[in-house]
Structures are given as C-alpha cells and as structure tokens.
Ligand binder design. Structure first.
Ligand code: GRA
Ligand code: FAD
Length: 666
C-alpha cells in the first residue's frame, strides 16, 4: 500500500544519516540538561488531552479564547503539582504552543518590574506576580504611536497634595492599543506615560496600574478597557486578547511609578539616577533577545515539515519504478537547504545573544554601562533580521509543500499567521535596522577620535585593510575556508558602511541625510547583521563539537548559510568589488556540491530538532511520513463533512439545480 511505502520511506531516509543524531540533538538544545528538560516537557504536553490544538482553526473567537484560558490554567496547575522549575515551566508553556496572556505576564510584566523597579518595588510586586495572584501586561503602544515611544501621549501627573499620580488619556490617539493580555485577562499593567510634575514634562516612564478588581475582575473606576478585535488568520494569534485601554483621571500611589531610572520625591522633585536614561527601553532589549531564540524554533519547525514532506512527496520521472522524491530536485534543494542552514545559524546566534544579554546585565549591575549601545544594536538588528527571514521562510516552506501546504492541516498557514507579527511587534523591523545603522554611523565617525569599537564592531578597527583587501578565493575549495568567508562579509559590511557615511557627510544636517539615505542605511545594517550571524556560526564550530560526523554536517550548513547569502546579495558583493564574477560562479558550484552533501542527512538534520508530532501540528511533517491516509482523516473531521448533504442544500442548492433542469427542458 502507498501509505506503508511512505512510512518505510522515512525509515530508509533516516538510515542514510552520516552523523550521530543524539549528539546533534544535544547541540541543538544547547546542552544535555537543556535537551532532557525540553524532551520531558514536550512529551508531557503532547500526552495531555487538555493541550489538544488540532481544532483551533474551526473554533469561534469566544470558544478559542476560553479554551486558551483553560489551557493556561491547566498549565499552571501542572506547574504547581509537579513543582516545576522556572526553566521547566517556561518550556512547558512553549510546547503548549498557543499565544496567551501568560506570555506577556512572564515575558514582559515581570521583566519590566525586575529591570525598572527599585529593590523595594521588586520585593512588593514580584512575589504576587510569581504566584499569579496578579496578572500583568506591558502597556506601551498607543493608537497613535507605537514606534515613536517618545511620542506617547498618556499622562501621569503628580498630585503633591495626595502624593498620587493621575493617569489620564487626553486624546483618542492616546488610548493604549495592542498590549497582549490587556483585553480580557490582566488585572494590572505597566503603563508607559509622560511624567508631569509641577506642569513640566519629564518624558516617558513606567507606572504600575491596577486595571481590574481582584474580587470580580470588573474594570476599576476610570478604566475603559476591551479587546481590539480579530487579527490575521483563523485561530492563530486570536487566542491572545490584545487590548485597548483609556484612563479617565485614574489615581495611583506615588510608589507605583517604577523608579530605577528616575525618582519623584514626596515634594514632587524629579531626580535622575546615575543609570543611563536608555534603561527605560531595557525591557525591549531583553524581549528582542528572546525573539531571536524563538525565530530558530519557528523556522526549524517549518523546515522540518517541508523537509519531511519533500522526502515523502514524489512527482514525475522514474527511479527504480518510483517517481522522483521532490527533495531530489535541485530547485527544491536550493530553496530548502539554505532555510535549514538558517535554522541552525539562528539557533547559534540566539545562544550567543543570550550570553551577550547576560553579560550586559551583569555589567549594568556593576555600574558598567559601556556595552549597552552595542547590546541594543545587536538585539535590535538580529531581532529584525531573524524574524524577517523566518516569516518569509515559513511562506516559502508552504510553497515547497505544493498544494497540500495550503491546507490548515499542514500546520503552515497557522504558523505563518502566528509568526508574521514578530516582524512588527517589539519594534518594526525597518525602524530597528535604522537603529543599527545609526549605531554603525556613530561608530565609524568616532574612529578617528580614538574611541575603540567594541564587540561585533571590532572589525572596523581594520578598516584600512578591509576597504582594499582582495578576496582570497582561487579555487572552489577556498570557499569552504571560514576565515576567507568571514573576511569577505567584514569587507562588504565595512565598504557599505563607509560609502554610506561618506554620502551622509555631504548633508549639512545629519537628520536630512538619515531621511534621504534611509533605504541604503537599512542595507548597511542588514549586511552588518548577516556578518554577525556568519561569524557566530563560525565561532561555534571552533568549539569542541562532540559526536561522530556532527561537526562536518554543521560545517556544511555554515558554508551553505554564508554562500547562499552571498548568492542572494551578489549585487552588494560585486558592486563593492569584494569579489569577482569568476569567484561568484565558483561559489555557486560549491553550493551545489554542498546540497549533495546535505541531501542524505536532511531528514536526520530535522529530526535533531526533536519535535513531537503534537508540537509540529502538521500532517505533512509527521515523524512517520504517513501523510496521505492522515490527510484523509483530517479532511473527514471537518464540520462540513458531518452530513452527507450540506446544510443549506434545501434553501440554496436545490432551487438552483431545479431551475437549471427546467431551463434544460425548455
Ligand atoms: C525606535 C526607538 C529606538 C526610538 O527611540 P528614540 O528615543 O525616540 O530615539 P533615538 O534617538 O533613536 O534613541 C535615543 C537613544 O536611545 C538609544 N536606544 C534606543 N533604544 C534603546 C534600547 N532598547 N536600549 C538601549 N538604548 C536604546 C539609542 O541608541 C539612542 O542612543 P544615543 O543617543 O545614540 O546614545 C524607540 O522608540 C523604540 O524602541 N521603538 C519601538 C517600540 C517597541 O519596540 N515597542 C514594543 C512594544 S511591546 C510589544 O510589542 C510586545 C510584543 C510581544 C508579544 O506579543 O510577544
Ligand atoms: C501581535 C502584536 C502584539 C503586540 N503586543 C504589544 C504589547 O504587548 N504591548 C505593547 O505596548 N505593544 C504591543 N504591540 C505593538 C507593537 O509594538 C507596535 O505595533 C510596533 O512597535 C510597531 O509600531 P507601529 O504599530 O506604531 O508601527 P508604525 O511605526 O506606525 O509603522 C508603520 C510603517 O511606518 C514605517 N516607519 C515608522 N517609523 C519609521 C521611520 N522612522 N523611518 C522609516 N519608516 C518608518 C514602518 O516601517 C512601517 O512600515 C503589538 C503589536 C502586534 C502586531
């Protein structure tokens, strides 16, 4: 039978692997312990019927949301019952795989209090939040302003008489609009508002505001609150209650202003502490770092589905009496394998970014603020790069699965709908790349003044060399040398940066130059961020990589990642004279041979992600490759198939059909 052949087929594919898959699973997970926790939590969720998710696309909004509340409550019950650690609990929530108010509670509300509250405030609010006695969200964005945080309109005016702040929404556009968890679930929010004392505007700050009663969940006086309505895609992100919120002179005690960066005294005096004011944006640095780690999860998930299905699916030709597996087509490989390589690349750069974030946090605690601008540039740039690539890649994976990729049961439409807002939330991707460009322009302009570039911009110290060094590729095999590739990406980024800096210097006002050249500045920032990903992949391979054949596979993927970027951005590399057209053609030959090297390992490389069928949520990506019978099974579950004759036949189909018969008789 065809179905059994498909099952045998993936077993056969797995037997071709040339590396130790268990060792690769540990590399992917980030360590033995991480693998064990992740594996245990994934199985726990997959085996629990409450966490079922195959019906999401057909539930209406109210059912969908109630179901999310049920799952979140059940997850919390399991976390308590099993006494899960913070790491285990967060993995469990990850595998539940449903956007929910808890994401913002744990992912933003708690971090903003940790990062911007004083010790006293942390002591007061965090225990309640950790026990979920209060549920919080992050209310920054307004109807009129999201990107421009300094343009927010909500006011927090100090009333010295009562020692309180009055939180108010003076205009329609000042309504908070978008915060996740705000619409229905949250009892509290950290609200970003303009701090006003004695008639003077002191800029933006965070304030803890209670929104709903802890007894009956009704909005407190002066709070106008609700959900902003359906979003893109059925099911998908509609499990989340993104909300609106208006304040009508709501009063909060003075000690509910988050006071790590600025303090307001009993008399209403504003005192700026000695930490940089940019720490007000610190929660965004933290969240952007987590978004980079999540990008590799979403990307690997789509790639796993497309790779397994490409091995099962056959079209045209004949190999030993069988049609050709679509994964054997060069075009399929040239679209799929760079995405597989990107999944690994993003995994490793995500790991590194987590380290960078921990490093900057420790330095901040020791009052060393010197690496904050670089941490901001790296988190902003990599968030932008990885989410844009991942969103496009999910759509590409859908196309790689042909017609069946368009079915909800492929898992890809919902994955796309849930993922694509990552290009916008936590900072629009273009706005964030402009931040990176600004940082690069500043770094280059300070080179002459003795200011040394740090971290990921250290390569700019070798500017003279990078501006004129030829690419060291004589023969195809030279393209496999990591130092040759890294230097090439450095040279391209350096040359684009300097060219833009020169163009900028021609403007009398820098702001005018930034406006006029913004599209070029975005390309410069992209080149710099791609360099970071390539060099962090190379650095990872310089570490000890245990397991037979594992390092070789990762080396092939690293080369595919870099050389497919080179192919995609060939215009940049040629126009900056970083390579010749002959070298470009050699790179293309190398890519083809790398695809052949990866081909027998492709299924094992996606198995190394260790995803359960529950988490993948895809008939096409099933571990056993038993696609066709399961597609039928899923189709038959559709409510339209509940009756043989459709609802509406007698009212709307039969009359039309009868009329046609009469016409035919005439
Ligand atoms: C675009 C900017 C950065 C502009 O800031 P600005 O102060 O108006 O202008 P600027 O002159 O460019 O910057 C001033 C300065 O601030 C620095 N800076 C900017 N951002 C950060 C940061 N995060 N950490 C550390 N430093 C930061 C910049 O580099 C500038 O520094 P400099 O003056 O050059 O030394 C900012 O407004 C911004 O971050 N906008 C994006 C808003 C955003 O990300 N909102 C997120 C809302 S929450 C959310 O979406 C949650 C979704 C999660 C989910 O559902 O899962
Ligand atoms: C699903 C989802 C969840 C969210 N959750 C939260 C939350 O929990 N809390 C919260 O506070 N917010 C949340 N947000 C809001 C989110 O952070 C903002 O939507 C985001 O920061 C983008 O801002 P914006 O909507 O103002 O876009 P805009 O800035 O209006 O963008 C519109 C267009 O203008 C362009 N543009 C803007 N400025 C510039 C510029 N300077 N130069 C060039 N081009 C520019 C952009 O590239 C974009 O193409 C959420 C949003 C979504 C979609």
């Amino acid at each position: 039978m065809e179905a059994e052949a498909a099952v045998d087929y993936l077993v056969d594919e797995r037997s071709k692997a040339q590396f130790d898959i268990d060792a690769m699973k540990i590399i992917w997970a980030g360590g033995k312990h991480e693998f064990e926790v992740s594996d245990r939590m994934a199985r726990l969720v997959a085996s629990d019927p409450v966490f079922r998710k195959d019906n999401r696309a057909i539930l209406d909004r109210k059912e969908l949301f109630k179901n999310t509340l049920r799952k979140a409550a059940h997850a919390w019950k399991r976390i308590i019952e099993l006494r899960l650690s913070e790491q285990e609990a967060s993995k469990l929530r990850f595998f539940v795989d449903e956007p929910a108010y808890t994401d913002l509670h744990w992912g933003m509300f708690i971090p903003v209090i940790k990062g911007q509250g004083t010790e006293e405030q942390r002591k007061k609010w965090l225990p309640m939040a950790y026990r979920m006695q209060i549920i919080g969200c992050y209310a920054q964005t307004e109807l009129g302003h999201g990107s421009n945080v300094q343009g927010l309109e909500t006011t927090a005016t100090f009333d010295p008489e009562l020692d309180e702040f009055v939180i108010h929404s003076p205009t329609l556009t000042s309504s908070k609009w978008w915060p996740g968890g705000l619409g229905r679930a949250s009892t509290h929010a950290v609200v970003f508002a303009r701090l006003i004392t004695d008639g003077k505007d002191h800029g933006i700050n965070g304030f803890i505001v209670q929104l709903r009663s802890l007894d009956d969940h009704l909005p407190l006086p002066g709070i106008i609150i609700g959900d902003i309505g359906m979003k893109f895609g059925n099911g998908a992100y509609n499990t989340m209650d993104n909300g609106f919120l208006r304040f009508d002179h709501v009063r909060i005690p003075r000690d509910q202003m988050l006071m790590r960066v600025k303090q307001v005294t009993r008399e209403g005096k504003v005192v700026q502490s000695d930490v940089p004011w940019q720490l007000l944006y610190g929660t965004m640095v933290y969240v952007r770092q987590t978004i980079v780690a999540d990008a590799s999860c979403a990307l690997s998930r789509a790639v796993c589905i497309a790779t397994r299905y490409s091995a099962v699916r056959r079209q045209f030709g004949s190999q030993n009496g069988h049609e050709t597996q679509v994964i054997d087509y060069r075009t399929q490989q040239s679209r799929l394998f760079p995405l597989l390589a990107s999944a690994y690349a993003f995994r490793f750069v995500g790991e590194w970014l987590k380290w960078l974030y921990m490093d900057v946090t420790q330095r901040l605690q020791a009052r060393d603020f010197s690496t904050l601008p670089e941490a901001h540039a790296c988190t902003a740039g990599l968030k932008s790069l990885t989410t844009s690539v991942t969103a496009d890649a999910i759509e590409e994976c859908r196309k790689l699965c042909g017609g069946h990729g368009y079915l909800c049961s492929s898992g890809l439409p919902e994955l796309f709908a849930v993922y694509v807002p990552a290009c916008t939330y936590e900072g629009d991707n273009i706005v964030l790349l402009l931040q990176v460009a600004r940082f690069l322009m500043k770094t280059v302009s300070q080179l002459g003044s003795g200011e040394r570039p740090v971290g990921t911009t250290t390569y700019l110290l070798r500017l003279e060399h990078l501006l004129q060094c030829p690419c060291d590729v004589q023969g195809a095999e030279d393209w496999l040398k990591p130092d040759v590739v890294v230097q090439l990406f450095e040279a391209r980024s350096a040359r684009m940066t300097v060219a833009c800096a020169k163009s900028l210097s021609k403007f009398s006002k820098p702001e005018d130059g930034f406006m006029d050249l913004s599209a070029d500045l975005v390309s410069v920032a992209t080149a710099h961020c791609q360099l970071i990903v390539v060099s962090k992949f190379v650095e990872k391979l310089q570490q000890d990589i245990p397991g037979e054949g594992v390092k070789q596979q990762l080396e092939a993927l690293c080369s595919i990642y870099a050389l497919s970027l080179l192919k995609k951005h060939l215009g940049d590399f040629l126009s900056t004279s970083c390579i010749t057209s002959k070298q470009a053609s050699l790179a293309n030959d190398v890519l083809r041979s790398l695809y052949s090297q990866v081909r027998p390992n492709a299924i094992a490389l996606v198995d190394a992600f260790n995803y359960t069928d529950h988490f993948l949520g895809s008939v096409l990506g099933r571990y056993d490759g038993n696609v066709y019978p399961k597609l039928y099974e899923e189709a038959l579950k559709d409510p339209l198939n509940e009756s043989v004759v459709p609802d509406g036949y007698h009212e709307y189909l039969q009359p039309v059909l009868k009329q046609r018969l009469r016409t035919a008789r005439l």
